[in-house]
Design a protein around this ligand. Structure first.
Ligand code: S6P
Ligand code: ZN
Length: 183
């Protein structure tokens, strides 16, 4: 394989290579706490929650996959727009998130019951260690744009999160951001 460049437009978070995927409320059924607010959002235009691009490379451990994500600003009820979140299928793989613009929270947890929430802001580099599920919430009024890099063989396990969710959620009231237990 030959080395190559890709170009990232940091205003939008789009990349010159790779498949850009869009996730709307309809792609995240049951993930927001306030189900009535989620139904309202669905009936009122099914807003875009986030978009992401991953570079197309062999999904092998010798390679490093990377991509960008743009989480749009907004809330479903009081809960901030967020990514679906996932474990890596190969649990023993970590990830690095570099935030370029916007303001967010990175929610992480393990199957052993450990949890951690980190702030994401321009210049923050967050390390997601192996075994930690991860989800990103936009707590600001601008798009939250970040870059991610992870081992090629990581894979994505969405099912575990779809079934049991994360143990906390991030809500915003006025300018106040709160992390609430999902009981
Ligand atoms: C991949 C990495 C990101 C996410 C992206 C969308 O390991 O964590 O590129 O894929 O932020 O989130 P999700 O949870 O829908 O994959
Ligand atoms: Zn990941």
């Amino acid at each position: 394989m030959q080395p190559f460049n890709v170009m990232i437009d940091w205003n939008s978070g789009t990349m010159s290579e790779g498949d850009r995927k869009t996730r709307r409320v309809s792609d995240m059924q049951g993930m927001y706490h306030n189900q009535a607010a989620a139904r309202d959002a669905l009936d009122n235009g099914d807003p875009k929650i986030y978009e992401y691009t991953t570079i197309q490379l062999p999904q092998e451990s010798d390679h490093v996959l990377f991509g960008t994500t743009t989480v749009f600003p907004g809330r479903i009820g009081s809960e901030c727009f967020m990514t679906k979140g996932h474990y890596h299928e190969q649990r023993a793989t970590g990830e690095v998130y570099v935030c370029f613009s916007g303001h967010g929270r990175l929610i992480m947890e393990t199957e052993d019951g450990a949890g951690k929430v980190l702030e994401m802001l321009p210049g923050s580099v967050s390390y997601v260690p192996p075994y930690w599920a991860h989800r990103v919430c936009n707590v600001g009024d601008e798009p939250l744009i970040f870059f991610a890099a992870f081992p090629g063989h990581a894979g994505h396990d969405y099912g575990s999160i779809e079934q049991s969710g994360f143990s906390v959620r991030v809500e915003r009231y006025g300018d106040e951001v709160v992390v609430v237990d999902n009981l």
